[in-house]
Ligand binder design. Structure first.
Ligand SMILES: [Fe+2]
Length: 472
């Protein structure tokens, strides 16, 4: 057991700009644009502390590539939460695992409103039309300048009463439309919803009623369908959530006897075309999905239970020897007609989290390759290697370096690439021996290192997701 990763879970309050960083190896000349990533970076507010990894105040950072040169900058998202928390020295807005100290009256008066949302959008980034946004699991995003990372304002969706959403919208390039998930929580029943993104308008596409809302972090998409996996981690008592005022995450219960359910929605009509059950499981991330012979093949980074949500509490992560669960690379087969059950097999014995694919060309289609973070077998402390998976054969290639903890591997396809994996894989790594972070550039095909760019005396906290944006 090795706990040297813990330096990646500490507050980073310095905002810096580094114009030209030393490059070991060489950056491909076709790699032009910016890797922009989102991370929780402040975990203490005055004398108070956030409790969960998902709670920290959002910081954007970017590595910008031009003619083989690399620059870096980072900047907090200047949200209402960031401003009011730091002005008052108190946590003022609810987060996933931490609530502000609030009176019952205050909780009741705000529980079913779209706000109070502090705009602490710390999970992912995306481009909606000509605007760059930071996303979290709320129906609200923050707009930022992709060059300076300056916060420009709120991207306020119009006309939605949904309280929760996803930081993982899908993009249907064939139809040139974005699609997102949201949920409306009610005392007696709740609804899962899919929306087409139409500027700041959300056009309701589908409504799926449910007695107990499951915690859903992402959804799947094929050429014709959207795929909702309803896990067995469910909101069983909404009234208690409001009255008792427990943080959002603590109101979800693991209910394995209820099993899990896949719901397939037609992208064009919004109609539910298939609804099948399967044994209880949990996942944060869909990897990819596609249609084949009357069924949907759906790959997920799946857990047999939801303990991982508890293991991501900061006290648990920082505790000596605690460890985290590793997820399985499961391939589910979901019948499109005639009911039945969904079944799965493992694509490989290797674990996978924060999966990324060649999204623009292969999302929703049969595909061959996934990149992910994983935990080296025999260790359980934290994600400590990068893995490339051949989905067809189950074969893997790995990048590992002792005492280094890599983040989500973002694949960037080379221009006019003839293979799915021709390109570069970008991952930000915390080097616990040097107490700094570096950007690692791997070759997409060989998975060998082609460059690394070290940040002098600067740690980028472990974050969640980022995207590569070609020159804007
Ligand atoms: Fe995610």
């Amino acid at each position: 057991m090795n706990n040297t990763f813990k330096g990646g879970l500490e507050t980073q309050s310095h905002e810096i700009t580094l114009q030209e960083l030393a490059v070991e190896g060489s950056i491909p000349h076709w790699l032009v644009g910016s890797l922009i990533r989102n991370t929780p970076a402040q975990f203490e507010i005055g004398a108070q502390s956030y409790r969960h990894w998902f709670d920290g105040l959002a910081m954007l950072y970017s590595f910008t590539f031009e003619n083989g040169r690399v620059s870096y900058r980072n900047r907090f998202i200047e949200s209402k939460a960031w401003r009011e928390n730091n002005e008052t020295g108190e946590i003022k807005f609810p987060q996933f695992g931490t609530n502000p100290r609030q009176s019952l009256f205050s909780r009741l008066s705000t529980a079913f409103k779209k706000r109070p949302i502090g705009g602490n959008t710390n999970v992912n980034v995306a481009r909606f039309g000509d605007r760059f946004v930071a996303l979290t699991e709320r129906a609200l995003a923050m707009v930022f300048d992709p060059h300076t990372l300056e916060t420009l304002g709120v991207y306020d969706y119009e006309k939605t009463d949904a309280q929760v959403s996803t930081a993982h919208p899908q993009f249907d390039f064939a139809r040139n439309i974005g699609i997102t998930y949201a949920a409306k929580i009610g005392i007696m029943s709740s609804e899962y919803r899919f929306y087409n993104l139409n500027g700041t308008k959300l056009d309701l596409l589908a409504t799926i009623p449910t007695q107990k809302l499951a915690y859903i972090h992402s959804f799947g998409m094929t050429e014709h369908y959207l795929l909702l996996a309803e896990y067995a981690l469910k909101l069983s008592n909404v009234l208690a959530m409001i009255v008792i005022g427990k943080p959002f995450a603590e109101n979800f219960e693991w209910l394995p006897e209820e099993g899990s359910r896949f719901i397939v929605v037609d992208k064009a009509s919004g109609k539910i075309v298939s609804e099948v059950e399967t044994e209880a499981f949990f996942a944060f991330h869909h990897i990819n999905a596609f249609e084949r012979d009357g069924e949907i093949v759906a790959d997920l980074a799946a857990y047999p239970d939801a303990k991982i949500v508890q293991q991501f509490y900061l006290d648990a992560l920082r505790a000596d020897g605690a460890g985290i669960a590793s997820s399985e690379f499961r391939r589910y087969r979901i019948p499109l007609r005639g009911g039945g059950r969904a079944t799965y097999e493992l694509v490989t014995d290797e674990n996978i989290e924060f999966p990324r694919i060649n999204y623009e060309q292969f999302n929703g289609k049969p595909y061959g390759c996934v990149f992910g973070m994983s935990i080296q077998q025999g260790t359980t402390d934290f994600y400590n290697q990068l893995t490339k998976f051949d989905v067809t054969t189950g074969a893997v290639k790995k990048w590992y370096e002792a005492d280094c903890y890599p983040g989500e591997p973002v694949f960037v396809a080379a221009p006019e690439a003839s293979n799915e994996d021709t390109g570069a894989v970008l991952s930000v790594v915390f080097d616990s021996q040097r107490d700094t972070s570096f950007l690692l550039v791997l070759d997409g095909r060989s998975f060998g290192e082609i460059a690394r760019v070290r940040l002098p005396q600067h740690i980028i906290p472990f974050g969640f997701h980022g995207q590569f944006f070609k020159e804007q």
